[in-house]
Design a protein around this ligand. Structure first.
Ligand SMILES: NC(=O)c1ccc[n+]([C@@H]2O[C@H](COP(=O)([O-])OP(=O)(O)OC[C@H]3O[C@@H](n4cnc5c(N)ncnc54)[C@H](OP(=O)(O)O)[C@@H]3O)[C@@H](O)[C@H]2O)c1
Length: 328
């Protein structure tokens, strides 16, 4: 194909809610040495993008206009010199600090892994930030077969990956969620416990032999709860610690990029051999990016919400969750 000189991109000019997002045309530079141009098929959306966009995240001083999104999957359409391993037509999964939400992007091959055919495009596009955050956290806490771990927001993007990989490593897993997610977690072999008042007693009942580790994704009462459950400080991860993991995964220095790509390779291999599945509960067209973030920010997604540049059917599909919420 002839490489276009511009591409559809998602950008914003000032902080704000999802309505500040603009779907525009932007320059697409040809690949330089060590770079390829990727035609994006799917791209992820994450809470950290929303914190950066809203201005809640203070450690982000990239100039405006800012581009959005860090996870993507797509097909290499042009390759610069020194890109062996990623020829034209390679299917790839990748990460950038921002700007993944685009029809095309030009990136270094140090940010890419190959997409195995068993990892669907939808999963591949939402894999980087959620998957590597989950993997880094489990690695850091050394979660293994001796552990009984409590994971908050276990039906969400990061939590559902953490819970399944912890189980894959032989741990017993208790996941907090609302009642509508009980069956979802049970079918993954995770013991569901409803969050809210009385949660400590419900966790003790679900794990009578005790709890050894606690990962708090949601971030309200994790410290107190972990202490109440007798979890040692070294086996507790707060939501604030998770923010630091995610910010490190978006850093531009060579060591951070290399770490991100190494871990992306591992999480992709785990997905390929079905150590976990990532449920995609929302698949929006790139043009509907503001709506996708509004959905995510309701805080009740199951698995991940992703964007597609070529959705098979761009018409809106009412989700079971929309019906349940309308009735509630
Ligand atoms: N502190 C930080 O910097 C930081 C960084 C990233 C993410 N977070 C937060 O961490 C949470 C999970 O992250 P994610 O990326 O996995 O998001 P996500 O996919 O949007 O998580 C959604 C899940 O959160 C669950 N949830 C809603 N209210 C909850 C509560 N009170 N207690 C426990 N779980 C609850 C929902 O379960 P039900 O539908 O069953 O209620 C849903 O499955 C998000 O709320 C996000 O804002 C914080």
């Amino acid at each position: 194909m002839k490489l276009p000189s511009d591409t559809t991109i998602v950008e914003y000019d000032q902080p704000g809610d999802p309505t500040v997002l603009r779907v525009r045309r932007g320059e697409l530079r040809p690949p330089g040495d060590g770079e390829v141009t990727v035609e994006v098929v799917t791209a992820g959306i994450s809470h950290i993008d929303a914190y950066v966009r809203s201005g809640a995240e203070k450690d982000w001083d990239d100039p405006f206009p800012r581009r959005s999104g860090s996870d993507f999957a797509g097909i290499v359409v042009a390759a610069g010199a020194g890109t062996a391993g990623f020829p034209v037509n390679s299917e790839v999964i990748g990460h950038v600090r921002s700007g993944a939400q685009a029809a095309f992007l030009t990136v270094g091959i140090d940010r890419l892994v190959r997409r195995p055919p068993t990892v669907t495009w939808e999963i591949a596009g939402g894999l980087y930030l959620a998957g590597v955050t989950a993997l880094d956290t489990l690695d850091d806490l050394k979660i293994g077969s001796d552990d009984t771990v409590v994971i908050s927001a276990a039906a969400g993007g990061v939590g559902s990956i953490e819970a399944q990989i912890a189980k894959h490593r032989g741990a017993r897993v208790v996941g907090t969620c609302g009642r509508r997610n009980f069956d979802y977690l049970r079918q993954l072999g995770i013991t569901p416990v409803q969050y809210g008042d009385g949660m400590a007693d419900r966790i003790r009942a679900a794990a009578p032999a005790g709890v050894t580790a606690f990962i708090d994704n949601f971030g309200q009462d994790g410290h107190a709860l972990a202490a109440d459950l007798g979890v040692p400080a070294g086996k507790f991860r707060s939501s604030a610690a998770r923010r630091e993991v995610e910010m490190a995964l978006l850093a531009e220095d060579a060591a951070s990029v290399a770490h991100g790509t190494q871990q992306l390779e591992k999480i992709t291999a785990l997905a390929a051999r079905r150590a976990f599945t990532l449920l995609i509960s929302g698949h929006y067209a790139l043009d509907d990016v503001a709506e996708a973030y509004a959905d995510l920010q309701k805080l009740h997604s199951r698995g991940k919400v992703v964007l597609g540049t070529k959705p098979v059917n761009p018409r809106r599909i009412t989700k079971a969750r929309d019906i349940a919420e309308a009735r509630a």
